[in-house]
Design a protein around this ligand. Sequence first.
Ligand code: HPA
Length: 247
Amino acid sequence: MSLDLALIGGTGLYRFPGLEDTVTRRVETPFGVPSDAIVSGRVGRHHIAFLARHGSDHTLAPHRVNYRANVWALHSLGARRVVGINAVGGIRDDMGPRALVVPDQIIDYTHDRLTSFSDVEGCKVEHVDFSEPYAAGLRGALVASARRAGIAIVDGGCYGATQGPRLETRAEIARMRRDGCDLVGMTGMPEAVLARELGVDYACLALVANWAAGCGDAAEISLEEIFANLDEATARVPAIVAELLGA
Ligand code: HPA
């Protein structure tokens, strides 16, 4: 079975609704085991695979996710296009809670994560081009799919990847804004660069869960609000994916 698309679901998206004829596989990779079993199945006549980045019961914090195993496993099952779905905080004025954004740039503030497949003894070192961190064709297709589905989406923006699992301070977000970040999330890297190393087309569909620290009116970020906003934003994902597949 060839795969038309793979999805990596983030916070709030632990299974993909509407998948038919599902097969669940526990995959092992040279880099360890993925966050959870990979569920593949049909959406219309298209085959997709789904992996819950934090595990289906959300037990893996962003810094503990085995990004290498996740990307390797999806690639080994035949995925050549991957959409990472990521909960984020909004920094830019038009990226408030519940907005959907397809970013086009990344600034990586994470640390102590395994960011390459090229650190195995004796392997050939790869210096991949990452000027454009996301696959332009897949990004454009995501934006066009949302618009065809009548769903508002912001095309472009810079994703700042932080270490987590704590949220950021106001000063950190102010610095990120000065750096040019429009969104902040904890899981966008190294997922994107690992996909690039394997030659997989990768794009991010960012779901804004909250204003980043110091950006909205609230003095604190409420977790309840994060989950309510994510539920609402997540509900729009299947229609975008269906359009993306042309199902
Ligand atoms: N910061 C980092 N990651 C996030 C946030 C945030 O405010 N909201 C959802 N994921």
